[in-house]
Design a protein around this ligand. Structure first.
Ligand SMILES: CC(C)(COP(=O)(O)OP(=O)(O)OC[C@H]1O[C@@H](n2cnc3c(N)ncnc32)[C@H](O)[C@@H]1OP(=O)(O)O)[C@@H](O)C(=O)NCCC(=O)NCCS
Length: 190
């Protein structure tokens, strides 16, 4: 127990540049970069690997054994983002608004998963004055999202599916299928 406490204090001590909210609970088995920012109503699991310049902001829950690599931004903007256990989120990826990622998923680098859209129907007002809507994105367990993918709001990606590199996912993806392209279409089953 004493060793655990010393380990915890050392880690906090080493994180002088790291911005971590006062009520964020850190497990002693997690590695969190000094340059990470973790602020808001954040629930963190055990044994996390959170690398350089990662931002986790607002209302976010992250399961155990999750890896979040350099420059990833996870920001719920007043909604809720949930990430299951044993997920890997690769470099430069962005998760915004309302997103739920199941367990054992791989999310490739430079990927954008934004559970929201700007409203745009009124032609006489600029789009940036019309507000936003969010249906939310759901990614089930064991999904592999390749590099440079965009997942649009309202999409449900079924269990065990694969999203090929560079795809733009605009419609639901059935379980255990592989989709590719912009817009993403089924290329075959797994
Ligand atoms: C999806 C993927 C796994 C499929 O690999 P595969 O099973 O070997 O499939 P194939 O290469 O045999 O391709 C099957 C068909 O899909 C097409 N295809 C494959 N990947 C594609 C892509 N990213 N975009 C568009 N079409 C693609 C192929 O051109 C081929 O078409 P054809 O039948 O008309 O010739 C792979 O192409 C991929 O995108 N991997 C992601 C790599 C990545 O992003 N890594 C980052 C680290 S997480």
């Amino acid at each position: 127990m004493l060793i655990k406490i010393i380990h915890y204090i050392k880690r906090r001590w080493g994180m002088v540049n790291c911005k971590i909210g006062a009520f964020v609970n850190l497990s002693p088995t997690s590695h969190i970069s000094c340059s990470a920012r973790i602020l808001g109503n954040i629930k963190l699991g055990k044994s996390l690997n959170i690398q350089r310049n990662v931002q986790i902001l607002d209302n976010v829950s992250i399961g155990d054994d999750v890896d979040i690599l350099d420059n990833v931004q996870i920001r719920s903007c007043g909604f809720f983002i949930q990430i299951g256990a044993r997920v890997l989120i690769n470099r430069n990826t962005t998760l915004l608004n309302q997103v739920s990622i199941g367990e054992d998923c791989l999310i490739g680098p430079n990927t954008t998963i934004v559970g929201g859209n700007h409203l745009y129907k009124n032609r006489s007002a600029p789009i940036n004055t019309q507000g936003n809507e969010s249906k939310g994105i759901i990614i089930d367990n064991d999904v592999w999202v390749g590099a440079n993918v965009v997942v649009c709001d309202g999409v449900h990606i079924g269990k065990g599916s694969i999203i090929a590199a560079g795809s733009v996912v605009t419609k639901d993806v059935e379980s255990f299928t592989i989709v590719a392209g912009a817009p993403a279409k089924k290329i075959r089953e797994r």
